[in-house]
Design a protein. Structure first.
Length: 405
């Protein structure tokens, strides 16, 4: 036996052996270099366990323990009918804050997942090894249940007679790898989805802008303007680092090239994040509405624009309302161009809703109505700091000029 000087009060799992010495204990060679786990083995009174005193342990167990303790791979040994547990230091992070596992039954240590482990342990005791990758388990190694994944092998350990006396658990936790792969799959799927949506929009916009243009220059200008609107919306989507764009932010970005018109714009609505597809579609609608208003509507003269959006009860639809006042001779245009199709067909289709236009006297109204489930958002009470205040739940919306200087 090799003699090492240890402080008996510190021979517990989780404590390093101190430099001060108060007693001399015999430290078997097979525990040599076993670190904290070897300390815990030495500190336990084995005479009151099914294994009995350490001096009576079979050579097969001693050899297996020596191999386990010397390994830098997380390993545990389950021994005998009582499923007595041993582990090495590399196994400690897997156990976490569980009470000392060494000397306790494996079924007690992992009671919360025993129904998942028992069949595999039975196979190991029957002489059959088990290898499983990324096995999901809900464990409680801290004060809360935790979803975790492990790749492990249960291998039978035979005694001097060739009989299976226990098993070796070699395990690697793969939780972070699995969750990262899962997140990467979601990100890639979202990226592919956004690319398909964007390419579809660009294709439709390009074809229809050129088809409805009376001259090549007119087509080029219209296409450039519409693609720029899409680009601004996409930049907003990236800035938000998510898949939602708030209606107020979309309006602000749409009016960014027209700063001189800000004092003629009034917003009224609560916080309303839109999914990326609907957000990009609304950005196109805003581009058409702003362009038409500057050319022919309220913003071409001394008029004003009010934008309202509402989402009240769970069964009520989402409404986006663009109202121009001070329009000279508001009337429906004779020519139905691509801009009209964007507002009346393309955008409502992407919202799974409908749209209407109203012309009368000095007033023009465009309203988009969509199921609230498509919008996937809820009204936020209180005020925003971007020139818009609202409390849609209370029904007392207050509008004021947006984006004050």
């Amino acid at each position: 036996m090799k003699q090492l000087t240890l402080t008996a009060s510190h021979l517990q799992s989780g404590h390093d052996v101190p430099s001060g010495r108060r007693s001399i204990l015999k430290y078997p060679l097979f525990l040599s270099g076993g670190g904290r786990s070897a300390d815990a083995i030495m500190a336990r009174d084995w005479s009151e366990t099914p294994l009995g005193p350490m001096d009576d342990w079979p050579q097969s167990l001693r050899i297996a323990l020596g191999m386990m303790l010397a390994s830098h791979f997380p390993k545990a040994i389950v021994w005998g009918e009582a499923l007595t547990t041993f582990h090495n230091d590399a196994f400690l992070p897997i156990i976490g804050e569980k009470p000392d596992a060494i000397g306790r039954g494996f079924d007690e240590v992992w009671s919360e997942i025993w129904p998942d482990l028992e069949p595999m342990i039975q196979r190991a005791y029957a002489g059959e090894a088990t290898f499983i990758e990324n096995f999901p388990l809900t464990i409680r190694r801290h004060d809360y249940p935790e979803e975790a994944y492990f790749t492990f092998c249960y291998s039978p350990i035979r005694d001097e007679t060739g009989k299976v006396a226990g098993m070796m658990d070699t395990v690697i936790e793969t939780t972070q790898t699995v969750l990262s792969q899962r997140q990467l799959g979601v990100v890639n799927g979202e990226l592919a989805h956004r690319m398909r949506n964007m390419l579809t929009m660009v294709t439709v916009i390009s074809n229809m802008s050129l088809r409805h243009a009376r001259t090549l220059e007119e087509g080029r200008a219209a296409l450039s303007q519409r693609l720029a609107a899409l680009g601004r919306a996409q930049s907003l989507l990236l800035a938000e680092k998510g898949s939602a764009m708030d209606v107020a932010d979309l309006v602000e970005h749409a009016f960014a090239p027209h700063a001189c018109l800000r004092d003629r714009l009034i917003l009224s609505g609560g916080e309303c994040p839109l999914p990326s597809k609907q957000g990009l579609s609304l950005s196109l609608a805003l581009n058409e509405l702003i362009t038409n208003s500057i050319k022919y509507g309220a913003l071409s003269g001394a008029g004003a624009v009010r934008i309202d959006w509402t989402q009240t009860g769970p069964d009520d639809p989402f409404r986006f309302i663009w109202t121009e006042t001070g329009v000279e001779n508001a009337h429906e245009p004779e020519r139905r161009g691509f801009g009209t199709r964007v507002l009346m067909e393309f955008v409502p289709a992407n919202f799974l809703g409908e749209a209407r236009r109203e012309f009368g006297g000095d007033r023009f109204v465009y309203e988009l109505i969509a199921p609230l489930a498509v919008v996937r958002s809820a009204p936020a009470p209180g005020a925003r700091g971007d020139g818009m205040t609202a409390d849609p739940q209370a029904g007392n919306e207050t509008a004021r000029p947006a984006f004050p200087s």
